[in-house]
Design a protein around this ligand. Structure first.
Ligand code: NDP
Length: 473
C-alpha cells in the first residue's frame, strides 16, 4: 500500500500534522532527518492510523502514490532549502512539495520559480494554530498553482479547522501568496496582543484593579463583540496564581516580550509596499522596547505625572478603545494583503482570508465574520473602516477612545497601539493633512516640486530668489 501524502520533518508541528492526517484516514508516509523521531512517532501514535515510516528520502519517495504529495515541516530558512535539494532530484514532473514552515514569501517565490522549471509544484503554505492546531485542526493558507490545489485541497481541507462546517483552508493565490497572508496574519496577531496588553495596563495601573478582577472584566468582554481566542486566554492568564509564590502569575513573568520575526517581516514588507500598518509596527517596537533592559533601566529615573483618580466607568471606555483600535489594526493588515495582491498579481479574495482565520488560528474571533461581511458587501473597499458596521462602531467608540488616549497620556501609561490607531483614524478622515507643508519643505530644499489644489501639473518655487517665482515643471 502506498501513502497519499508524506510529511518530512517530524518535530512538534510535523508530527502533529502527520497524526492529524492519519486520524482523518489518510495513509501518511513519515520521514525525519534523524530517524529516531520517525520511530518515536510510529511507536507512540501508530495506532491512530496508517503511517508508513521511511529512514531515507528514497524510501520515503517510493512509498508515495503519484503524483507525489510531500509536506516539508522543518526549520524555516536554510533547512528548507537543504530538504528541497535532497528531495527534488527524486521527484518527477507533476509532483508537489508543500512547505508548511514559516517561510518568508520572497523565499517561497524563488523556490516556486526554481521548482516550476523542473515541473514540480511548490506550494508555500501558511499553517496557523501552533502545536494544538496542527493536531486538531489548523487554519491553512496554501499558495502555489491552482492545479496543485486541486490535488491537495481536499486533503488539506479535511484536516483544517471547521467553523459552521466551513473548512479554514482555501487556495490563497499563486507562488508566495499563502506565506504572505500567513505573515500578515502573524503581524495582526502582534497588534491584537499589544492592544490587549494596553487595555490590561490601563485597568491595572490606571484604575488600580488587581489581575483577578481584570480577568473578570476580560471574561465579560469575551461575551460581547470582542469574543476571541486571545481575549479568552488573557482572562485565563490573569486569573492564574503563581503556585510558588501565591502572587498573580502575570507579576512573576519578566516583562520582556520576545519575537521570532514574522511581525518584523510584516512591517519591513509594508514599508516596501508603502502601506501604513502603524498598529503592527507599534506592536513590534513595543516588544523591542520591552526587551531593552539597559535603556529602560537608565530611563527609570525620568519623572512621571502626579496621580489622579479615575472613575470605574473608565473600564467601559477602555473596551471601546480596544474595539476601535482592533478595527484599525485589522483594516491596516488587510490593506497590506490587498497591496501585495495587486503588486504580485495574486488576486487574493480578502473576504475568504477572513473566513479561513475564523478557526484554528490565534486570531480566531467572532469579529472576522464582520470582516467577511464587509468584503462581501464591497470587495474592493479601500478600507474596512468605512464599512457600515465598522464606521458605526468607530463613531460610537470615538469619544471613549479619545478619552482613553488622553487620560493614558496624563497617567503616564504608554498606549502606543491605541494612540497610533486613533492617529490613523483621524489622519484618514482629515479634510487636509499637513503633508502639504512636508511637500513644500521638500520643494524648498530639494526642488522636488509639488502639485497645486487649483491647477493640473507639477510646480516648483524658486525659493532662492527674493520674489519666489513659481515655475511649472
Ligand atoms: P523546528 O522549527 O524546531 O524544526 C525542527 C525540525 O527541522 C526537525 O524535524 C529537524 O530535524 C528539522 N531540520 C532542521 N534542519 C534540518 C536540515 N538541515 N535538514 C533536514 N531537516 C532539518 O520544528 P517545528 O515543528 O517547531 O516547526 C516546523 C516549521 O513549522 C517551522 O518552519 C516553524 O516556523 C513552522 N511553524 C511552527 C509553529 C509552531 O507553533 N511551532 C506554528 C506554525 C508554523 P532533526 O530532528 O533531524 O533535527
Amino acid at each position: 500500500k502506498k501513502a497519499v501524502i508524506g510529511v518530512t520533518g517530524l518535530a512538534t508541528m510535523g508530527r502533529n500534522l502527520a497524526r492529524n492526517l492519519a486520524r482523518h484516514g489518510h495513509a501518511v508516509a513519515v520521514h525525519n532527518r534523524t530517524p529516531a523521531r520517525t520511530k518515536a512517532l510510529v511507536t507512540e501514535y501508530g495506532h491512530e492510523g496508517v503511517f508508513l515510516p521511511a529512514e531515507t528520502p528514497e524510501e520515503f519517495v517510493r512509498s508515495l502514490e503519484r503524483p507525489r504529495r510531500i509536506v516539508i515541516m522543518v526549520k524555516a530558512g536554510a533547512a528548507t532549502d537543504a530538504v528541497i535539494q535532497e528531495f527534488a532530484p527524486l521527484l518527477e514532473p507533476g509532483d508537489m512539495i508543500v512547505d508548511g514552515g514559516n517561510a518568508h514569501f520572497e523565499d517561497t517565490r524563488r523556490r516556486e520559480r526554481e521548482l516550476r522549471e523542473r515541473g514540480i509544484h511548490f506550494v508555500g503554505t501558511g499553517i496557523s494554530g501552533g502545536e494544538e492546531g496542527a493536531l486538531n485542526g489548523p487554519s491553512i493558507m496554501p499558495g502555489g498553482s491552482p492545479e496543485s490545489y486541486e490535488a491537495l485541497g481536499p486533503l488539506l481541507e479535511s484536516i483544517a479547522a471547521k467553523v459552521e462546517g466551513v473548512p479554514c483552508c482555501t487556495h490563497v493565490g499563486p507562488d508566495g501568496a499563502g506565506h504572505f497572508v500567513k505573515m500578515v496574519h502573524n503581524g495582526i496577531e502582534y497588534a491584537d496582543m499589544q492592544l490587549i496588553a494596553e487595555a490590561y495596563d490601563l485597568l491595572r495601573h490606571g484604575l488600580g484593579m488587581p489581575p483577578a478582577e481584570i480577568a473578570e472584566v476580560f471574561r465579560s468582554w469575551n461575551n460581547g463583540r470582542l469574543e476571541s481566542y486571545l481575549i479568552e486566554i488573557t482572562a485565563e492568564v490573569l486569573a492564574h496564581t503563581d503556585p510558588a509564590t501565591g502572587r498573580p502569575f502575570v507579576d512573576v513573568v519578566v516583562d520582556q516580550a520576545e519575537q521570532k520575526g514574522t511581525g518584523r517581516w510584516t512591517v519591513q514588507t509594508a514599508l516596501d509596499l508603502g502601506v501604513p500598518v502603524s498598529g503592527i509596527a507599534e506592536a513590534v517596537f513595543a516588544r523591542s522596547l520591552s526587551g531593552s533592559p539597559r535603556l529602560r533601566e537608565a530611563a527609570r529615573r525620568l519623572p512621571g505625572p502626579s496621580r489622579f483618580k479615575l472613575e470605574q466607568r473608565f473600564a467601559d471606555d477602555v473596551e471601546q478603545a480596544l474595539y476601535a483600535s482592533k478595527i484599525v489594526a485589522y483594516a491596516q493588515g488587510f490593506n497590506q494583503i490587498q497591496a501585495a495582491s495587486d503588486e504580485y498579481g495574486w488576486g487574493i479574495d480578502l473576504g475568504a482570508m477572513a473566513t479561513i482565520w475564523r478557526g484554528g488560528c490565534i486570531i480566531r474571533a467572532r469579529f472576522l465574520d464582520r470582516i467577511r461581511a464587509a468584503y462581501a458587501a464591497d470587495p474592493r473597499t479601500p478600507t474596512l473602516l468605512t464599512d457600515d458596521h465598522f464606521a458605526g462602531a468607530l463613531g460610537d467608540a470615538q469619544d471613549s477612545w479619545r478619552t482613553v488616549v488622553s487620560i493614558s497620556a496624563q497617567l503616564g501609561i504608554p498606549t502606543p497601539g491605541f494612540a497610533t490607531a486613533l492617529a490613523y483614524y483621524d489622519a484618514l478622515r482629515a479634510e487636509r493633512l499637513p503633508a502639504a507643508l512636508t511637500q513644500a519643505q521638500r520643494d524648498f530644499f530639494g526642488a522636488h516640486t509639488y502639485r497645486r489644489v487649483d491647477r493640473e501639473g507639477s510646480f516648483h518655487t524658486r525659493w532662492e530668489l527674493p520674489d519666489r517665482p513659481e515655475v511649472g515643471a
